[in-house]
Design a protein around this ligand. Structure first.
Ligand code: KIV
Length: 257
């Protein structure tokens, strides 16, 4: 088993896991310097970086381009590539595309939903797989908390158990009630990574643009903005414009003699 994957799995019950998405070289470098436990090159890339309307518009080429950049920035951190929609509809597509992520510098891939046959096939090929259940943006159009009703909660618990059995090394739980996040975390031996799944998951992940206040189309309730970087960046850009217009930039120290 990949040593970075093994180390992540060993944190369950010993240490909370803190993870972030990243999509490019400078951010991946910073995430690594800050000591995060893994980086997800999420298909959220499409919305927060590429300006698409939906993560469904993201292509393999988009994801590979950004995975390569992240791998150049974070050379020691576990990197997981998020398989875009329709790239793992068949076993042969799944294996082919997952291998492309590994060639681009990821050490594992994430797939959404209870795709146990895909997971089994990838694991058989030696590719570590992270699962993702609850709110799965590739297949759900009503963005609401999943598993509030008993039947739905039981289905999600069943998916978690089936994915663990199929061989996922970790499981993202997105937008489920805290009690369901806790129940799943206590029912499986692999680490759960929550995003809107409450305080009792084994770890937490956020989209880095939400944490930094870099994305303004919406801020989910589960996200915490540690900075309002959009405001700082805009102010810096305005200052530059004003400096140039008023002849205050460049200064003596910025010119060659
Ligand atoms: O694409 C993504 O960023 C994700 C996280 C929300 C887990 O899948």
């Amino acid at each position: 088993m990949n040593i970075r994957v093994k180390r992540l799995m060993e944190k369950k019950g010993n240490e909370k896991i803190a993870a972030l998405t990243a999509y490019d070289y400078p951010m991946a470098k910073l995430v690594e310097e800050a000591g995060l436990d893994f980086i997800l090159v999420g298909d959220s890339l499409g919305v927060v970086v590429l300006g698409y309307d939906s993560p469904l518009d993201v292509t393999m080429e988009d994801m590979l381009h950004h995975t390569r950049a992240v791998a150049r920035g974070a050379t020691e951190t576990l990197i997981i590539g998020d398989m875009p929609v329709d790239t793992y509809n068949t076993i042969s597509d799944a294996v082919y595309n997952a291998k492309r992520f590994m060639d681009a510098g990821a050490q594992g891939v994430k797939v959404e939903g209870p795709k146990t046959d895909v997971v089994e096939a990838l694991v058989k090929e030696g590719i570590p797989v992270m699962g993702h259940i609850g709110l799965t943006p590739q297949s759900i159009t009503d963005y609401r908390v999943q598993g509030k009703e008993k039947g739905e909660a039981e289905r999600i618990i069943g998916e978690a158990l089936a994915l663990e059995k199929a061989g996922v090394f970790s499981l993202v739980l997105e937008c489920v009630p805290e009690s369901l996040g806790e129940e799943i975390t206590n029912s499986i031996k692999i680490p759960t990574i929550g995003i809107g799944a409450g305080r009792y998951c084994d770890g937490q992940i956020l989209v880095i643009h939400d944490l930094l206040g870099l994305f303004d189309r919406y801020v989910p309730k589960f996200a915490k903005q540690y900075l309002r970087l959009r405001d700082d960046i805009r102010n810096a850009l305005i200052s530059f414009r004003q400096d140039v217009k008023q002849g205050n930039f460049p200064q003596e120290e910025n010119v060659y003699k």
